[in-house]
Ligand binder design. Structure first.
Ligand code: G3P
Ligand code: MG
Length: 248
């Protein structure tokens, strides 16, 4: 597994910055997660129409900004002017969509770690995987702990592997097809990152026996986190940053 035997990541990771407490995929969310004790953040990275790596979950901006349209159809200049906070609450009015570079600077300045979910706009899978991985290499070039790259897109992970083989990768799976282990191996992943809805202790054991670490999303019930941790789960990715205390 690409010489990545020491697992440097904490057991609890804040999903989209701070889950539902603050507008997802913004620096305000990461600050909120930080205030709850979280030191590693999962977020969704994709490319603007003109190729700037930035944070947003959806391929369209309607749900999480005051704008409308496809991310891939907008330049970074247009995306940078959007309000990505008001949809959540008045308190976050004017919160911008951040670039990956801005987030990397904030995380590194605050001794926090990153799980970059590569979430390509449709049709831009390989391009996004390569661009995000190259930028991550530069942004974290002298970091002690590299960002963990993850994606549901095998094309994106394969492109990331080609340009940045040393950056650790995790394959995201919402369902566990019979060949999940082969797929992780083909991409030289260090970890499986599976929905907790499909994860059980036998799968965790099988992954670990194969030398993989295991992450799981999005675990919002403290009891489920305890159960899967007891079964050997390495990382709980959660929205419930106010209910699940990192370090438990
Ligand atoms: O990276 C884990 C999780 O974020 C995957 O699902 O839709 O929340 O990005 P989603
Ligand atoms: Mg995500």
């Amino acid at each position: 597994n690409v010489g990545f035997d020491d697992w440097p990541y904490p057991a609890f990771v804040a999903h989209r910055g701070a889950g539902l407490l603050a507008p997802e995929n913004t620096l305000a969310a990461m600050r909120a997660g930080f205030d709850h004790g979280y030191r590693m953040f999962e977020f969704d990275a994709k490319l603007s129409g003109d190729g700037v790596a930035m944070l947003m979950h959806d391929a369209v901006v309607e749900r999480t900004t005051n704008g409308s349209g496809r991310v891939a159809g907008m330049s970074w200049g247009e995306l940078a002017r959007l309000d990505a906070g008001s949809w959540h609450s008045a308190r976050y009015a004017g919160e911008p969509v951040p670039t990956l570079a801005r987030v990397a600077r904030w995380l590194r300045a605050n001794d926090c770690l990153a799980n970059i979910e590569i979430k390509p706009c449709p049709g831009r899978e390989a391009e996004t995987g390569a661009a995000v991985a190259i930028e991550a290499l530069l942004l974290w070039r002298d970091a002690e702990v590299p960002p963990l790259l993850s994606s549901f897109s095998e094309a994106a992970l394969e492109a990331a592997r080609k340009v940045a083989p040393g950056l650790p990768r995790a394959l995201l799976l919402g369902e566990l097809a019979a060949d999940w282990l082969d797929r992780c191996r083909a991409l030289e992943c260090v970890a499986l990152d599976a929905s907790h809805r499909v994860l059980d202790s036998a799968t965790i054991a099988a992954a670990k026996a194969a030398g993989l670490r295991v992450l799981s999303y999005t675990i919002n019930e403290p009891a489920r986190a305890v159960e899967l941790r007891a079964a050997g789960l390495d990382c709980v990715i959660t929205d419930a940053v106010d209910l699940i205390v990192p370090g438990d």
